[in-house]
Design a protein around this ligand. Sequence first.
Ligand code: NAD
Ligand code: IPM
Ligand code: MN
Length: 351
Amino acid sequence: MKIAVLPGDGIGPEVTREAVRVIEALDLGIAMEEALVGGAAYKATGHPLPPETLALAQGCDAILFGAVGDPDCDALERHLRPEQAILGLRKELTLFANLRPARVFPGLENHSALRPEVAGAINLLIVRELNGDVYFGEKGFRTTATGEREGYDIMSYSESEVRRIAHVAFQAAQGRAKRLCSVDKANVLETSQLWRDVVIEVSKDYPDVTLEHMYVDNAAMQLVRAPGKFDVVVTGNLFGDILSDQASMCVGSIGLLASASLGERQTDFGTFGLYEPIHGSAPDIAGQGLANPMATILSAAMLLRHSLGLGEAADRIEAAVAKTLSAGVLGRDLGGSAGTAEIGDAVLANL
Ligand code: NAD
Ligand code: IPM
Ligand code: MN
């Protein structure tokens, strides 16, 4: 079993270090190889996703990813920016299904931005499409008839792209409370109308799952009003990006939400995938030992479960995280004072 470890930029290396320590402590015989990605790779090699990094990722059973993004790189041409590395990995490796679970850990109900009785009911899974949408359409700048500059990004989804993510979402719902909410903007966008049509078509294969459709603006509101009503949410790339950051604050902190990005490729042990916290490189707190590593540690647990068939080890990590949180070992993001390494130490002690 071999994992590619891509720490990236900002707090990426800080949070990844703690997740690696947790995997090592379990002594599972997993080989890990690190490589440059994002701004760090650009600064060293001139490219945010060097061919060697992509080749390493392709050759492993799974990828543990920190975060990319560096304010020094924000003025670069788009194809050289750090963010292109994560977009490139998702696309090149056909990791089209991004699973972002959000639940409130026992004892953390009082740390949500919502009232404890509202927050306590949260146990949802956002299934975000990751290979299409406005992210990957034709984009550019052009001059209008009146001579001003105009930026454009084409939003589109093909039937097959919607169909494959819909199947993932229905199957996830079958393994949970059997409720699926498809989020779109079909009242305005043709892309969303097609999305809705295809989701309805796919739903015929899953008569045991209750399907509901919701416009994205309403979904954003319902996520704060009654988040406990959601089970599985399936949505496109852009809406899923936004709603998952929102869901993180319903749970308490963006430093708690993990993710798995999966495709169809199977390894000897499970499904090939990339695992990362949903947050970014957090330049505002980078280098200070303040980042909450839980999202990355929980991503490592998802990696063990989905890509390496090590469900028991994943359960152990999740239990250690829950125990650490309920013991009140919290970072500044949750109103506590524990630093990154201190949180990692506590998880190790609770394993
Ligand atoms: P961000 O998620 O990096 O940070 C948003 C806010 O949340 C900041 O105040 C930050 O300090 C805080 N935060 C994030 N993670 C935290 C953690 N683990 N512990 C404590 N606090 C945490 O989003 P941003 O500021 O909009 O973006 C910063 C950079 O990261 C940008 O370059 C962006 O493109 C990039 N980004 C990358 C990814 C990724 O690699 N997948 C995801 C999101 C953003
Ligand atoms: C995320 C990030 C990325 C996205 C960016 C950095 C390209 O926000 O992983 O959620 O938009 O998908
Ligand atoms: Mn995001």
